[in-house]
Design a binder for this molecule. Structure first.
Ligand code: IVH
Length: 699
């Protein structure tokens, strides 16, 4: 592990500060690369944060020490209207690829190449096969190792200058750091794909739906839409990733083969796809493509196929290009994963902010590993656009391999009995007025006190990342509301075992059950336990618009108590990193609303801890509180039971299977399919060493 020399305040003069700043930049770059590009971090997040904070402090004390490639300068200011994103020429055209869909077409591609090169009948061509990333193509320019420009593909001749957004992507080094034996070329243009990891896409779509925005249809659109924003903070907050796959114009370097080029990129600190393979002859290519088909689901990006390239770069040059695509490369497209089912009904759900979301109830159908019964239809326009009717036979796919969606309707199978859907003109939960604000895709219930909203708010409040109240699911919340026991989150803390043990509610399996005294006690314990989650979680649980987990943490850190946040002015709030006018106003509005203020008071009176420091050591507290671990494979230093005990002692939880709710997958030797699932969902994977470090530092 390397974190460099002394920390804390700098002694010595300017020279020493210049040297330490440079040393810190190198260290941060190195650890960025280990974490983001090579996926094998050597230091903990906390140690990393300390390095970053030290550099930031030195630069703040003497801004003349700031360099454009400093890690602190990744996210710059929003472009103003006048500086709108400009189109600029590519050094050489950025072309697309021809597609193939069958083995026969691949053999034809191989035949064309062999004829073009005049190869003898027995001679095999070496191909490089790579997974094809379904993202947004970009070009990165490095001059003497410094990242100077980034363009979208655009029309292939000219692309849009999106340097400000690409700088905010942590996979893209601001300066190349050649590994031992490698050298940064004079000029390097590396082309590749920016993509949004599936887990990130899922998070974004949920948020967009919640806020009444038009959600992105798939991760590709989400990535393409994000890199064209004027404000780089948007790209930074959406955690985009990048993989390099093609050389552009370069000087001062030569590679012999495509795979050598990829290795070369990795040696300079750029990220390349591990799913690449050298195949001798087209038969081996075909085998590889078949072998990789199932891999698709375990990746953190969407793929629609593979790319096959002649590996030898000299041969590539000889083959050249047609007007539209290279002759030396081709894409092979996999069949889309779709299932056919019937749409039985469309229900309308009320969200925390009153947004009404139509949800398709489907005849259960199995697709890519799970049974699907519901699919969000997002909003009314989406239903019109796809002409979806109740009773239709529909095709379902999973956007980003996670979110079920209706792709299209089998109109030819209509019998005439299908019914058109109309958005209700009253809220389905409170029968109150609904409205559609100008420019928004969503209808909203305008009733601030709508029980539908409260239902969604209670579920959110109790969710794992907020107050984490185990056992409080939708069916039970519905019963609690219909019995008049609970209206809002604060009412949860007044519940007593005797009042709820006789409640009957329908489980997920459709069977009615009594809660019973044991479960009732467990639930009351869980509610009690949730009081000590700490300020950041309470803040997030309150559902203040624009204040998610991260901002809640920053506010909690800065102010230390709910009272201090309530007293803060807009100016005070805006001193917190990433909090601007909109968020500050939203916080002020929230506490200015008498209903919300009363809710917070009642939570405090019930004993919910509203301070960030003085957290009582209750069950569920501890350094791993709220974190869920899943173990896979064999550890060398612990049995599974020992490792689980260590996690629990620190307030963490151990689960048997990986889901989007998992925080860490602890992987030992011979890990199982849980590791693939973790990769697919973008869950953080740690090894035994990292685990020990976490134990050590958080004792
Ligand atoms: S090679 C001359 N390799 O797919 C074009 N492209 O459908 C060379 N893509 O425009 C492109 N993964 O944006 C190449 N491993 C990969 C790729 C890849 C994704 C994209 C690329 C291209 C599009 C064509």
């Amino acid at each position: 592990m390397e974190t460099g020399g002394g920390s804390g305040r700098m002694a010595g003069g300017r020279d020493a500060r210049v040297r330490r700043a440079e040393e810190l930049r190198r260290l941060i770059e190195k650890h960025d690369r280990l974490y983001y590009v090579e996926n094998r971090p050597e230091i903990s997040d906390r140690e990393y944060d300390e390095l970053y904070a030290e550099l930031k402090r030195i630069e703040e004390e003497d801004p003349s020490l700031i360099t454009p490639d400093s890690p602190t300068q990744r996210v710059g200011a929003k472009l103003s209207g006048k500086e709108a994103i400009r189109a600029e020429p590519h050094r050489s055209p950025m072309l697309s690829l021809d597609n193939t869909y069958s083995e026969g077409e691949l053999r034809e591609f191989d035949g064309r190449i062999r004829r073009f090169l005049g190869l003898a009948a027995g001679a095999e061509i070496e191909y490089a096969v790579e997974m094809k990333i379904d993202g947004a193509a970009v070009s990165l320019w490095y001059e003497r190792g410094l990242f100077v420009k980034g363009l979208t593909r655009g029309d292939g001749e000219k692309g849009e200058n999106i340097t400000h957004n690409l700088r905010a992507i942590r996979d893209i080094p601001l300066r190349l750091i050649p590994a031992k034996g490698a050298q940064a070329p004079e000029f390097l243009e590396a082309r590749g794909e920016v993509y949004m990891p599936r887990a990130e896409f899922e998070r974004l779509v949920r948020r967009q739906e919640e806020e009444g925005e038009e959600p992105f249809a798939n991760p590709r659109n989400a990535a393409a839409g994000t890199i064209k924003q004027l404000d780089p903070r948007v790209a930074a907050s959406r955690r985009l990733r990048m993989l390099v796959h093609t050389p552009g114009e370069c000087s001062g370097v030569r590679w012999r083969t495509h795979l050598e080029f990829l290795e070369g990129m990795a040696a300079l600190g750029l990220r390349v796809n591990p799913h690449r393979r050298l195949c001798r002859g087209i038969a081996r290519v075909i085998e590889t493509i078949a072998e990789w088909e199932d891999l698709r689901r375990s990746l953190d990006y969407d793929t629609d196929g593979c790319v096959i390239k002649v590996n030898d770069l000299e041969m590539q040059r000889a083959l050249g290009f047609t007007a539209k695509a290279p002759r030396f490369a081709i894409a092979y497209k996999y069949k889309a994963e779709e299932a056919r089912t019937r749409l039985l009904a469309i229900d309308v759900q009320v969200g925390k902010t009153g947004v009404l979301t139509p949800v398709a109830r489907l005849e259960p159908v199995f697709l890519a590993g799970t049974t699907i019964e519901n699919a969000s239809l997002h909003n009314e326009d989406e239903i019109r656009r796809k002409d979806i009717r109740i009773g239709d036979v529909v095709y379902i796919s999973k956007a980003g391999e996670i979110i079920p969606q209706v792709v299209r309707v089998a109109k030819e199978e209509r019998t005439g009995a299908e019914r058109e859907f109309r958005m209700p003109d009253r809220c389905p939960a409170c029968s109150g007025k609904v409205e559609r604000r100008g420019g928004e895709a969503a209808w909203r219930c305008v009733n601030q006190r709508c029980p539908g909203r409260y239902r969604a708010r209670i579920l959110y409040f109790a969710s794992r990342r907020c107050m984490d109240i185990q056992g409080l699911g939708p069916a039970l919340v519905d019963r609690l509301i219909s019995e008049g026991l609970v209206k809002d989150p604060a009412d949860l803390y007044a519940l007593r075992t005797e009042a709820i043990e006789s409640l009957e509610f329908e489980g997920e399996d459709g069977v009615k059950r009594r809660l019973g005294s044991k479960n009732a006690e467990k639930l009351i314990d869980a509610i009690e336990e949730s009081k000590s989650r700490g300020l950041a979680r309470v803040l997030a649980a309150l559902n203040i618009p624009h204040v998610g987990e991260r901002k809640a943490e920053l506010l909690a850190e800065r102010f230390g108590s709910m009272d201090a946040i309530r007293k803060a002015s807009a100016g005070d709030l805006m001193k917190v990193e990433t909090i601007g006018e909109v968020v500050a106003q939203s916080v002020l509005d929230f506490f200015g609303d008498p209903g919300e203020a009363a809710l917070v008071d009642r939570l405090a009176e019930a004993g919910v801890v509203m301070k960030s420091s003085a957290r009582p050591a209750a069950a569920g507290d501890g350094p791993f509180a709220g974190r869920t671990f899943v173990l896979t494979g064999t550890l060398s230093g612990y049995t599974r039971e020992q490792a689980e005990a260590l996690i629990r002692e620190r307030g963490g939880r151990c689960a048997g299977s990986v889901s989007s709710k998992t925080d860490y997958v602890l992987a030992g030797r011979d890990p199982g399919s849980k590791l693939d699932k973790a990769k697919k969902l973008g869950v953080k994977i740690i090894g035994e060493e990292e685990f020990e470090r976490m134990l050590g530092e958080q004792k």
